[in-house]
Structure formats: structure tokens, C-alpha cells
Design a protein around this ligand. Structure first.
Ligand code: PLP
Length: 398
């Protein structure tokens, strides 16, 4: 390869970044990567101003629970700050095994494996098991980590309309019946707040012999008995082959998990590159997740408060005539339909001290540009009054 080729490609890549940056600066359009200067629960400080956080995934509000903080501190004192290696080599600790056993038991599964990010767990849940020649049936609105897993697996992908059993049935009708098949869905869709139509979807999957993967990052802690998730909510745990999720939401930590049968988890541990070659989650984070898991079972008030807050918040949005895409869960979008409207609304809320997150196409389907908001058990009645004022102001600004 001539040297000029490398020079040219390096220049092209640098130019791509420079042009992108120049466009953002011209449009003064940089609403992401805000670094909070301080935080206590749902109160955050940004640019010297106190704000209410209305977009975190701390559904149960455990990230400031004294028992969770203490568990993290104790684990760091005992194990140090990092594992500095993969589970396969030097990174495995007793605290990992303990958390995996507790998660497996909670979810009624034989085994579990944890990773240092939910993204890794969910990606590996697909990439480790599907391969070239297989067919993956994927809901059109699944998270980016699942799409990456699909791409890495090299399997053929067939998309079906979001949460539509009828379309899944139709798509499956045209698939080679002899191919190995995998159904990939989420329990609760993070942008839409929709709950998967699991009874119908799993019935179809069973009829076609699909291996079913459920990403329950937003269902875990929110739905089901004590927060056991979407499959438990429907009493259909035995119809789902593998549940994956994140520990950065209800479990108030970071990391991810995959729970399934012993064989499946063993296969993952010996075949998945993301599992074999990435450093183990830090002991502090594993301990925080485990403490949260215990609290989910010992202190039902967080779950109850989450749902009481969710009902109150949804009623508020309804009274303002806002479109919530029929969200059924604490993840509540405010659909505004264009990026200009989203930006205006987001800025108005920010002006009034409420922090939210914009999500615009292609992160969401075209025409569904939205503000993503999420309710936490930690939101207080007084905060809801301020949120109501801010929303009324933003509606007027529109
Ligand atoms: C549905 C879904 N799956 C997986 C992930 C990845 O989890 P994490 O952020 O813990 O890496 C997310 C994160 O937002 C998610 O929403």
C-alpha cells in the first residue's frame, strides 16, 4: 500500500471530525455531555444553577441510599478500586460470583454472568449465540447495543414493526423454517416507555422455535414482583430463554448481567469475546448493585413510590395535552415531532431548572423527536410542583 493512501485516509478522517465540529458550532447545537457540578439525589447543579434531574434511570432512587453507598465503600476497602483484568484471567473475585448467584436466584434462573457495562451484556446476549446462517427477528426499536450484537453475529436480520405480533408472524412466515432463529426484544422500551407484548410475542416465538432474548434494562426493578422484570410481570419467565439488562438503572450502579440456564451461561463464558477479553466490573460497583438488589427485596416502599410518582407525572403531562407516546412505565417521552420543537422545549425546561434529555431522529423514528423524561422514586411532591410550572412554561413557549 503506497504511503500516500494512509496520508489521504488520515486527512479524510480528520476532515470528517473537523466539519462535524464546525457544523455544531455554527448551529450552537451542543445539548449533550453536560457535566453536573454537584448532585444529591434528584437535585443537580449545572452551570452554577440548582436543577431537578428528570431524565435519569435511577428508577428506584437507590443511588444515594446509605446502604448502597456503604456497600460500595466496604467493597473498595476490601478488594481495592479495580479488578485490573478479565474474569477469565486475573479479574474474578468472590463478590462477582456472589452477585451472579443472587441475581440468578432473584430471576429464577440457573445461572448469571455480569459484565462491566450493560451495553456489553446486551450486545453479547446476541453476538455470542447467533451466527452466520441464523435468522434474527428484531423489533425495529431495539437499543443500539442489540443492533451491534446483531451486526457482530453475522446472522441475517429481519426487522418487524415495533411491538407488533402480527408483523412478527408475517415476517416469520417468509423465513426459511430450517434456519436457527432468535427473537430479540426489550421488556420496556427505553424511549417509548412501552411494555413488550410478551404473551403474543413469546407464543409466536415458541411456535417457530425461536431462541428468545429479552433486554430488560428498563423493566428490571420496575415491573414484576419486587421488580423481577417484564417476564415476571406476565408470569412468562419460562418462555424467555435469556434475560439481559443493565445495573446502571434500578440497581444504582454500573455494569450489566445475563441470566439464563447453566449451559447458556457456560457457553457465553467460553465463546463470547466481550465476556472473555474485557476487564471484570470493579468490586465497588458489584457491591453497590448487590446492596440495591437486597433493598429491592427488603424495602418495597421504593417500588411503591416509583409507581405513585409515575401516575402523578403522567396525569400532569396529560393535563397539559402533551403526547407521551402512550408510555405505560416510568420512562415517559414527550413527543414533539421535530428537532426544532424539541430543542425549544428542552431549553425552556432548562431555563426553569428542569434537566431533561433530547432524543432526535435517527435515535428515534422520524417524526417522533422527543424529550426523554424518567420518573424516580426519589422525586418529591415539591419537585413535582416545580416540574409542573416548568412544563407549563415550556408548553407556552412552543
Ligand atoms: C435497553 C437498553 N439496553 C442496554 C443498555 C446499556 O446499558 P448501560 O448503559 O448500562 O451500558 C441501555 C442503556 O441505556 C438500554 O437502554
Amino acid at each position: 500500500m503506497p504511503l500516500s493512501f494512509f496520508t489521504k485516509s488520515r486527512k479524510a478522517m480528520l476532515a470528517r471530525c473537523r466539519d462535524d465540529y464546525a457544523t455544531k458550532m455554527r448551529l450552537k447545537y451542543a445539548p449533550y455531555y453536560h457535566a453536573m457540578e454537584a448532585q444529591t439525589g434528584t437535585n443537580v447543579r449545572l452551570d452554577g444553577r440548582d436543577m431537578i434531574m428528570l431524565s435519569s434511570n435511577d428508577y428506584l432512587g437507590l443511588s444515594f441510599h446509605p446502604k448502597v453507598i456503604e456497600a460500595g465503600r466496604a467493597a473498595m476497602l476490601r478488594w481495592g478500586t479495580s479488578t485490573t483484568g478479565a474474569r477469565t484471567s486475573n479479574g474474578s473475585r468472590a463478590c462477582h460470583v456472589e452477585l451472579e448467584e443472587r441475581l440468578a436466584a432473584f430471576l429464577g434462573r440457573e445461572a448469571c454472568h455480569i459484565h462491566s457495562a450493560g451495553y456489553l451484556s446486551c450486545l453479547a446476549s446476541v453476538a455470542a449465540f447467533a451466527q452466520k446462517g441464523d435468522v434474527i427477528l428484531a423489533d425495529k426499536n431495539i437499543h443500539s447495543c442489540l443492533w451491534d450484537g446483531i451486526r457482530l453475529s453475522m446472522a441475517t436480520v429481519e426487522r418487524f414493526s415495533h411491538n407488533s405480533p402480527a408483523d412478527l408472524r408475517e415476517v416469520l412466515g417468509a423465513v426459511n423454517p430450517d434456519a436457527a432463529k432468535m427473537l430479540v426484544i426489550e421488556g420496556v422500551y427505553s424511549m417509548e416507555g412501552h411494555i413488550a407484548r410478551l404473551p403474543e410475542l413469546t407464543e409466536i416465538a415458541e411456535a417457530h422455535g425461536c431462541f428468545t432474548v429479552l433486554d430488560d434494562a428498563h423493566g428490571f426493578g420496575v415491573l414484576g414482583r419486587q421488580g423481577r422484570g417484564t417476564a415476571d410481570h406476565f408470569g412468562l419467565s419460562d418462555k424467555v430463554d435469556l434475560v439481559c439488562g443493565s445495573m446502571s438503572k434500578s440497581l444504582a450502579s454500573t455494569g450489566g448481567f445475563i441470566a439464563s440456564s447453566r449451559d447458556v451461561i457456560d457457553y457465553l463464558r467460553t465463546n463470547s469475546k466481550q465476556t472473555i477479553f474485557s476487564a471484570a466490573i470493579s468490586p465497588g460497583q458489584a457491591a453497590c448493585a448487590q446492596a440495591s438488589l437486597e433493598l429491592m427485596q427488603q424495602e418495597p416502599q421504593h417500588h411503591e413510590r416509583l409507581w405513585a410518582n409515575t401516575r402523578k407525572y403522567r396525569a400532569l403531562l396529560k393535563s397539559l395535552g402533551l403526547d407521551t407516546w402512550e408510555s405505560e412505565t416510568p420512562a415517559v417521552p414527550i413527543v414533539l415531532g421535530s428537532k426544532e420543537r424539541v430543542y425549544l422545549f428542552w431549553k425552556a425546561l432548562l431555563e426553569k431548572g428542569v434537566f431533561t434529555v433530547m432524543s432526535i431522529a435517527p435515535a428515534v423514528p422520524a417524526g417522533k423527536d422527543l424529550i426523554r423524561t424518567a420518573v424516580s422514586a426519589m422525586h418529591t411532591d415539591e419537585q413535582f410542583e416545580r416540574i409542573a410550572d416548568a412544563l407549563s412554561y415550556a408548553v407556552k413557549r412552543l
